[in-house]
Design a binder for this molecule. Sequence first.
Ligand code: ADP
Length: 396
Amino acid sequence: MKILVANLGSTSLKYRLFDFSGGQERLLTRGGFERVTDYGAAIESCLAELKSGGWIQSEKDLAAVGFKPILAKGITGCVQFDERVLAAMETYNGIAPAHNPPYVNGVRIFAQKMPGTPLLGLFETAFYQGAPEAAMRYAVPDAWYQMGVRKWGYHGASHKFIAERSAEMLGREDVAERARRLYIDGGASPVKGPALRVISCHLGGSSSVTGILNGAGIGNSLGMSPQSGLPHNNRVGELDSFALPYVMRATGVSLDEAERLMCKEGGLKALSGGYNDMRDIVSQMKEGNAPARLAFEVLVHQARHWIGAYYLQLNGADAIVFTAGIGENTPELRAAVCQGLDQLGIVLDAEANAQVRAREAVVSAPGSRVKIMVIPTNEELVIAREARRFLEQHKQ
Ligand code: ADP
C-alpha cells in the first residue's frame, strides 16, 4: 500500500511517498517545489516525478494522499476530505489565516487532479481530544467560546510520534500501543503498568511543549492559534491580549500591520535583532552578542515554564523529550533548559548531550530519575500511518 503525504504551504508543495507493503514501513522518495504560483501544475509535476522515478505507474497506485491540516470547526482526528470538512475549515479561516485558506485551496486542486484517490487529513488538534476541559478553556464570554475562542493545541502529529516512540524506547509497549490506536479507539487500549508521564518539547521554526499521559496529550502550550505559547522564529508566541489594543491606540498602527508585525517580525527575530535561526543565534551568542543571548534565554525560560507546568500536572515525569530542528540539534539549549533541576530528578549527562545532533539518544545522567531524550520527529510518517489505519478501518 503506497501513501503519498503532501505538505501544503501557501507557495510550496513538499511530498513524501511511503510504502506499507508486506507489513513494512518504508519511505520510498521525497521531494518538493518552492515558489509555487500554479498549484495544479505543482501537483502534476509531483505525480510526474513519482512516475518517472518508477515509484508508481499511475495515480491508481496511490491508496491515499495524506495531509496535515490544522483546524476545523467541529471536526478533528483523521478524516476524509469532502466539502463538509473543507467548509468547516473555512469557518475557522480567521483563527488560522496563514494555514487554512492555502490548505483548503490545495486540497480542492488535489481533488480535481486525482478524483479517484481518497484525500485524508490528520488534524493537528487531534492529539488533545482527551485533554481535560479545564486545560483547554480561556475565561471568556460563552459567545466567544462558541466562536472557537478556546485552546486547541497543535503540533499533534509531532507530539504523537514522540508519544509512540518514547514509550517504545522506555520499554512500555502497552503505552506505545495505546498511543498508536489513540485516534481509532480514543485511548481504550489498556495500560498494564504504572502511568507513563512524558513531556515533549517540539522546538523548531515554531515551538510547543506538551504533557503526555499514557500516550495521549493532556494539553499543549499552543492555544487558540498556532501563534501562541513559546516564542517562534518570527512569531510572537505568548502575549498579553491587552498589548495589542494598547500599541494600536498609542501608535495608530492598523490591525493588519500589527498582525504582520506579530507574525513576521516577532519571536526570536524580534528579540535577537534579526536572527531567526537558532544556528545564528547560538554563534552570535558565543561571540558576545547580547540580544542573541536574550533571544536564547527567553526561549529557554519559556520552555522551562511549560515543562514545569506539565511536570506538575503529570505528578512528575518519566521522560523529557527534545525534538524538531532546535530541540534535536542544539545541545547548548538542551543543557540550559535542564540546568539546576536535580531536585526534580532531572540531571543531564553533559558529555553525552554535547555529542547528540539529529539522532535518537538518551542524554540524562545514569542516576537521573527523569530520562532526558532526543528523538527526531517524523510527522509525515504519523500522517501516513493514520491514513493507512483509516483505510483499513473503512475497508468495504
Ligand atoms: P518547522 O518545521 O517548524 O519549520 P523545524 O523543526 O524544521 O521547523 O526547525 C527549523 C528550525 O530549527 C530552524 O529555524 C533553526 O532555528 C533550527 N535548526 C535547524 N537545523 C539546525 C541545526 N543544525 N542546529 C541548530 N538549529 C537548527
